[in-house]
Design a protein around this ligand. Sequence first.
Ligand code: XLS
Ligand code: NI
Ligand code: NI
Length: 437
Amino acid sequence: MREAFKGIGKIKFEGAKSSNPLAFKHYNPDELVEGKAMRDHLRFSVAYWHAFCGGGSDQFGSATRQKPWDDGSNSIENAQNRVRVAFEFMEKLGAEFYCFHDRDVAPEGDTLAESNKNLDAVVKTLKEEQKRTGIKLLWGTANLFSHPRYANGAATSPNADVFAYAAAQVAKAMEVTKELGGQGYTFWGGREGYKSLLNTDMKRELAHLGAFLNMAVEYKKEIKFKGQFYIEPKPKEPTKHQYDFDTGTVYGFLKANGLENDFKVNLEANHATLAGHTFQHELELAAALGILGSVDANRGDLLLGWDTDQFPTDLYDCTMAMYTLLNAGGFKTGGLNFDAKVARESIEPVDLFHAHIGGMDAFARGLKAAAKMRKDGCFAKFVKDRYASFDAGLGKKIDKGNTNFGELQTYILAKGNPAASPSARVEMLENILNEYI
Ligand code: XLS
Ligand code: NI
Ligand code: NI
């Protein structure tokens, strides 16, 4: 195959003093942090859809990106060639994982059978390239939102045949994910929500979504797919309201449907902010609930209200995310998947490198800063001391579930007013954080 990214070699770590924009300043894959190689902490993944399918179009204009390797056709040959380009890119970048939707990698046919056949043909090339490069599949997924048949949802469509079609598509996507050794499979409810409650039976739609995911779990066992299932929360866009709103909502839904042991969450930074949370809030809650699985690494724009999917460069965000991740024990099956697109104005192939290098360096800095915060232990100690009243006496009984309202009443009536809590030192802690960034 002809080289697609001519003149760009393997991206190397050159250290913070380097001024080469095509080098890592902070991501040094083999460097140990807390006794583990950076590559194994961060598990970087490239999102096939943004990196190799997106062209930069938006509601106001058509595609802008130069892709000299792409003949613009829907042929299998073009799709297979795109796979080779993708692996050349990932190899040069040093990303060890990728993620894809069924319809990113292979063209949709006129029938499901034809689409499946197309997918099989491209999966063959994916498999060859995985073998050639050692790059692995972090997770696969099915696109249940682009085709007009899914305009009213997939598992929550009012049309039972659409539900069946979506099930068949997911079954096939799970099969190929398994075939490619995928470490996970993601469910993002693209249009699982509503535009208007005037035409929506919410109770029924939620029940259908629960049934759909339960059948997916069953099928997973049937085909012996061992990867981790993820749900990716997002509160809105494309629908006005999406049922997988945020981590808290997803957890309640999983519990209500007996699925809490079968799924973890795949958290996307921009989706967290769309839901009115910080990225770290979502990570922290997922960790507390034991469902922290994987991350779609990107960022939104404070001044824009939609899912802009920009590359993550905010050092505070990356540091706080890595702090929560390290505290939670790090990734098991998950990783940092760059679900991010280059700006419409960044039109050259090399921009794809700049974008990913920046994201990888930002998370590498975040990782190192977070490890230092943990080593110094200042925040952890502050938190521990702040809750010390629960470490002994009555507080301990509350923690263990060994008391009741009667006892608490007697206790506090005898004791009188609680003493004021010590200062929470918000500003002092924020100032200390700045010293790590
Ligand atoms: C869209 C989602 C999507 C999922 C995969 O907003 O982030 O890209 O990650 O379907
Ligand atoms: Ni995503
Ligand atoms: Ni997004």
